[in-house]
Structure formats: structure tokens, C-alpha cells
Design a protein around this ligand. Structure first.
Ligand SMILES: Nc1ncnc2c1ncn2[C@@H]1O[C@H](COP(=O)(O)OP(=O)(O)OP(=O)(O)O)[C@@H](O)[C@H]1O
Ligand SMILES: [Mg+2]
Length: 599
């Protein structure tokens, strides 16, 4: 029209045309702004539901429609779910693909513009019947991804004036395109967020697991490094308490005779009274945990059960929470572990109980090992008695011969003074015999770790030299033995040989770096002692060992050193009531000297 000769038209008509053009422009502008706004909102809205609601609201207003519905195809590609506006209220509806006009559009991926729904065979009046709404005009647009796959449908109902026009069709196509991108983005976003949440969850779980593994590792190390049952239980309990700060923890062991669980080891601020615990197996919660081999976890609300633990709780102390875990290993149940008043107000949870169960079973292993070791020691003791019995009988021969000599002399002697003297001598020999027998008994009962006998130095050295020659064979280490002392010593010969052997092995290992050296065993009497010295001409004790040379697990400069060798030497010497001295000169050598009482 603008191309025509406008001057030929009447003024009023021209003005009317201009008004109409302005109105068209205003509307077009409004729509453009509407679309821009939708785009902006969609781009900034990260909440999936809120974004869909916003698309619906804006589209309804922009299209001059009564309502709008946005259907999103579900993952199974069979159904669509939707959000729709109902007077400001948003409702969720489900629709089958193929059902109704929106379903048709989803299936055939084509826009549909219907003036009167009830005249269209594709229309499903059921939805209207259910909602009481009366659908008239429908404009429905498929939403697609880049590959042209349907991801949903946007539908607007009942144009306020007349029906949806071609420009509405174009407008909805434009909105649809933009909405598709946003929906896809938002789905991607939700996907990423969900995955991130999953990852975070996994990370937290992993961190928890790592903490658990670290705790169990510390427990294992404490138990493995312990030299005794007490050390093992104490070490494990301390590790546990560091992880679960509580008032205290106690290990109660089964006492079959008393039908009770008796405190064996307690730690923490409440150790004093926990250590007094003696709980009957009958009618108590700890007894039940022991009998059923099933842990119990008690919270503040279980006040009756907490009392049922039957712990000797002092006045003024209140039990807020506790956990009672059986100490089991395979078929054996040794007792229970009780931890009271965890500082964490949540008390103990299932996960904690599970970890405490693992810790308790590590304790059971230590108890089992201690039991096995005790049995082994008993067997060893019996074997040692068997081995040395002939020697003991031999030792007894000397005082017996002396006694029989004096007895005979006594029979012949008339002089009272002489007789008294003989009697004293006999008594002294009997005391010596008694001493020997007592020693044997103490050893067999396990009260003494040593089976001390009178040992001739030459016999001791002969045997030692033989095993040392074997140890040094092919290493370039030479053995020198000097024994100015020819007498006897009271000692447990196998144990002393073990001590000497440990010293010799250390010397060999120290001298090996140079490839040759001399190890000298020298035995002499000085003052009231017999001194056994073991000297090498190696590099000397490394300064790093200062102050901890005789500690267990103290080692330096060895690939496979456990650091037990010298700790064992020290223990053996101490058991003998002996002395242990050391001189070491860097670059010149080391001498260990053991001093024992002569026989
Ligand atoms: N004769 C020696 N010369 C030099 N260093 C020595 C000598 N004896 C001991 N040491 C040092 O003292 C450390 C502790 O010795 P110890 O026998 O207790 O443990 P280890 O030899 O390291 O290990 P293990 O004996 O248990 O196999 C050694 O690692 C070594 O560094
Ligand atoms: Mg050693």
C-alpha cells in the first residue's frame, strides 16, 4: 500500500491507515519485546520448574490466550508431563503421546492450529470433562532438539478474541524454539547438578571410608606393635578413644567360673570406675550382648537399658549414651567392649557400631594370640625342663656327693664341735639343692622366664663359637674367642646364647659394608663379676640411635631391621640381674659387655 500513490487517497482514509499501521507496529514491537523477555528470563532461570512456569505465564499473556500448557516428553518417550496455568495456579498433568491434539503434535512433530476443538477428530474431550473447562481454539507447537527429536509440546488454548492467527503461529514457533533451547539447557544443568550431588555424596562417603581405614590402620599398628596382651588392649582402646572422644571405654573379659564379665583394661577419664566393673552374665544387657554376640547401641532415651548395663557408675555421674560390642573371633567370644558417654551429642550410630565391631574383633585376635603364646610358652617351658633335666640331675649330684661324704664322716666323728661343723656343711648343700629345685619349679610355673643353671664358660663358648662360625661363613668376618676366665656362671644358657647371637649379627651387619672385620668374644672375671664382652671393629653405633638403642622397634640404616635385636638382649640381661655396658667409637668399633654373677 505504501508503494501506491498515497496523495490520491482521502485524508481520513490515510489517517486511518496510519493508525492501523502504528497499532500493528506497536503490537509487533510488544511481541518482540515479549519474546526477548522470555529469552532473558529463560537464560537466567536455573530452577527447572520455575523456568517452565515462566514460559507458560509469558506465552499465555503474549498470545492473548486463556491458558497455556507446556508438555515435556518423559524419558520413556511414551508419556508427557506438563505444567499448566489455571488462574495463576500451576498444575501437573500427564498425557500419552498420541493422545489428544498435543499428543498428535508430539508424535507428528507438526504445528496444529484449530479454530474449534470439538470439530477436530484428534481432540480428546475427556480432559475438558475431567476439568470442567471448555476448550475452543487451540494452537499447538512441537518442541524439538537440534537433531529434530521431540522433547515436548507447547499448547495455548482459547484465544481471547476469535482464534489464533498466522502471526500467532509464527510467534509460537519462535517461543517454541527458544523454550526448547532453554529446556535442553536446563535439563543439562539439572543433570550436571544431580551428577555433582552424586559426586559430592560419593566423595563424602569416600572421605568417611578413608577415615575409617585410617583408624583401623592405627588400631592394627597399635595391636601389632604390642609386646603383651595389656599393651595390645591399651593401645587399641587409646586409638579408639582418640577417634570417639568419650568418658571412657572398658574391655570386660569372660570369667567362666564367676559367670561374669570382668574389667580387664579401661581407658579415659572414667577409667577408674570402669576398671572396677564386674557384670553378671545373667539378666544384664552386657551379658545379653555377650551371649547373643550382637552389639547394642544405647541413647539417652534408653535410660532403663543404660541402667541395665550394670556398670558401677559413681554418684553424680549420668550415663547419656553407651555402646556395647561383643569381642569375638571366629567361634570364640572373649568378652565385650563398652564405651560410655560419647561427647558427640548424637551418641553412637549404626556406622560407629560397625567400626567398633571391627576394632573389637582386632582385640579378640590379640587376646587369641596372647592365649596361644601363653600356651606356646608353657610348651616351651616343659620342653626346656625336659632338655635340661639331665643337666639338673647332674648338678644335683655334686651337693649329694658332698652330703654323703659328710654323712659318712658324721657317723665316724665323736667330737661334738666337728659334728656341728659337718652338720652345717650338709645343711648348706641341702639349701643349694632346695634352691635348684625351687628355681625349676618357678620356671615350670611360669613365674620365672629363666631356667638358670651352673654353666661352664668353656662349654658355653664352644657351642656359641660353632653357631657364630656358621653365621660368619663367607662374609669376611673373622671370629676371635678369648676366655681367660675358666670357671662357671649361673645362667640360662640358651637365652644368653641368643643374646650373644643378636650382638654378633648386629656386628656382622655393621661390618659388612666394609666387607671384612673381626668379632671378638672375650670372657674374664673382674671384681665379683664375670664379664662377657662382644667387640667389633665396625663403624660404631650411628648417632641417630642415641637414647633409644635398646628400645623396641628402634632401628637405623637397615633395609629389613625390625629394631628388636638389642631390646631382646637387654631383656635377657635384665632377667639375669646382669649389667649391660657399651662403648662405641665412630670408625673404630663397638663393644657390648654383659656382666653376670659367677657360679
Ligand atoms: N655393632 C653395631 N655397630 C653399629 N651399629 C649397630 C650395632 N649394633 C646395633 N647397631 C645399630 O642399632 C640399631 C638397632 O639394633 P637392633 O639389633 O635393636 O635392631 P636391628 O638390627 O635394626 O633389627 P633386628 O635386630 O630386629 O633385625 C641397628 O639398626 C643399628 O643401626
Ligand atoms: Mg639386630
Amino acid at each position: 500500500m505504501l508503494d501506491d500513490d498515497v496523495s490520491a487517497l482521502p485524508r481520513e482514509q490515510l489517517e486511518a491507515e496510519l493508525r492501523a499501521l502504528r497499532e500493528q507496529f506497536r503490537l509487533a514491537n510488544k511481541k518482540l519485546r515479549g519474546i526477548q523477555e522470555i529469552g532473558q528470563i529463560l537464560a537466567s532461570e536455573q530452577n527447572h520448574d520455575r523456568m517452565l512456569a515462566e514460559i507458560i505465564k509469558r506465552t499465555t499473556a503474549l498470545m492473548g490466550a486463556d491458558r497455556a500448557t507446556l508438555f515435556i516428553l518423559s524419558d520413556d518417550h511414551d508419556t508427557m508431563w506438563s505444567k499448566s496455568t489455571h488462574g495463576g495456579e500451576i498444575k501437573t498433568i500427564e498425557l500419552k503421546v498420541g493422545q489428544g491434539i498435543a499428543g498428535w503434535v508430539a508424535r507428528y512433530k507438526r504445528q496444529v492450529n484449530v479454530k474449534d476443538a470439538y470439530k477436530d477428530a484428534r481432540f480428546d474431550a475427556e480432559v475438558d470433562r475431567a476439568s470442567g473447562y471448555r476448550t475452543k481454539s487451540i494452537l499447538c507447537q512441537p518442541l524439538q532438539d537440534m537433531q529434530g527429536n521431540t522433547i515436548g509440546v507447547i499448547q495455548v488454548l482459547n484465544k481471547h478474541e476469535g482464534y489464533f492467527t498466522t502471526s500467532d503461529e509464527q510467534l509460537l514457533r519462535a517461543i517454541g524454539g527458544q523454550a526448547s533451547v532453554c529446556i535442553l539447557n536446563s535439563q543439562l544443568y539439572v543433570d550436571v547438578v544431580t551428577k555433582n550431588i552424586d559426586l559430592l555424596d560419593t566423595q563424602l562417603k569416600l572421605e568417611e571410608r578413608t577415615a575409617e581405614v585410617e583408624l583401623l590402620f592405627r588400631v592394627e599398628r597399635a595391636a601389632a606393635m604390642a609386646m603383651s596382651k595389656e599393651q595390645a588392649l591399651g593401645g587399641v582402646l587409646e586409638c579408639m578413644l582418640a577417634e570417639y572422644p568419650s568418658d571412657g571405654a572398658v574391655v570386660l573379659l569372660h570369667d567362666a567360673q564367676r559367670r561374669a564379665l570382668v574389667a580387664e583394661h579401661a581407658v579415659g577419664p572414667a577409667a577408674a570406675w570402669l576398671g572396677e566393673a564386674r557384670i553378671s552374665l545373667d539378666g544384664t544387657l552386657a551379658g545379653e550382648v555377650f551371649g547373643r554376640r550382637a552389639a547394642r547401641c544405647l541413647r539417652q532415651s534408653d535410660s532403663q537399658l543404660l541402667a541395665g548395663l550394670d556398670l558401677p557408675v559413681p554418684d553424680g555421674v549420668h550415663l547419656r549414651n553407651a555402646v556395647c560390642v561383643p569381642i569375638t573371633h571366629n567361634e570364640d567370644t572373649f568378652g565385650v567392649l563398652v564405651v560410655v558417654n560419647r561427647r558427640d551429642p548424637r551418641g553412637f550410630e549404626e556406622r560407629d557400631v560397625r567400626i567398633l565391631g571391627v576394632i573389637a574383633s582386632r582385640m579378640a585376635l590379640s587376646l587369641m594370640l596372647a592365649r596361644a603364646m601363653e600356651e606356646e610358652r608353657k610348651a616351651e617351658r616343659l620342653a626346656a625342663i625336659g632338655k635340661t633335666l639331665s643337666g639338673v640331675v647332674h648338678d644335683l649330684k655334686t651337693p649329694l656327693t658332698i652330703i654323703s661324704g659328710y654323712a659318712r664322716a658324721l657317723a665316724r666323728e665323736d667330737d661334738a664341735e666337728r659334728r656341728q661343723e659337718y652338720r652345717e656343711l650338709v645343711k648348706k648343700q641341702i639349701d643349694a639343692i632346695n634352691g635348684m629345685i625351687q628355681e625349676l619349679l618357678r620356671f615350670s610355673r611360669g613365674e620365672s622366664q629363666l631356667l638358670v643353671r651352673k654353666v661352664w664358660v668353656k662349654d658355653f663358648v664352644a657351642e656359641l663359637a660353632e653357631s657364630l662360625r656358621e653365621e660368619f661363613a663367607g662374609t669376611g668376618v673373622e671370629l676371635v674367642v678369648e676366655t681367660p676366665y675358666k670357671g662357671a656362671v649361673r645362667m640360662d644358657a640358651p637365652k644368653m646364647r641368643r643374646a650373644a647371637f643378636n650382638l654378633a649379627r648386629n656386628a656382622k651387619e655393621a661390618m659388612l659394608e666394609r666387607g671384612h672385620g673381626t668379632f671378638t668374644v672375650h670372657i674374664e672375671a673382674r671384681d665379683d663379676r664375670v664379664l662377657f664382652s662382644f667387640a667389633d671393629d665396625g663403624p660404631g653405633i650411628p648417632p641417630e640411635m642415641e637414647g633409644r638403642l635398646f628400645d623396641s622397634f628402634a632401628t637405623h640404616g637397615k633395609k629389613n631391621g625390625t629394631g628388636l635385636g638389642l631390646a631382646i638382649v637387654k631383656r635377657i640381661v635384665d632377667e639375669h640381674g646382669g649389667t649391660l655396658d657399651l662403648t662405641s667409637i665412630p670408625g673404630h668399633g663397638t663393644t657390648f659387655t654383659i656382666g653376670l654373677a659367677p657360679a
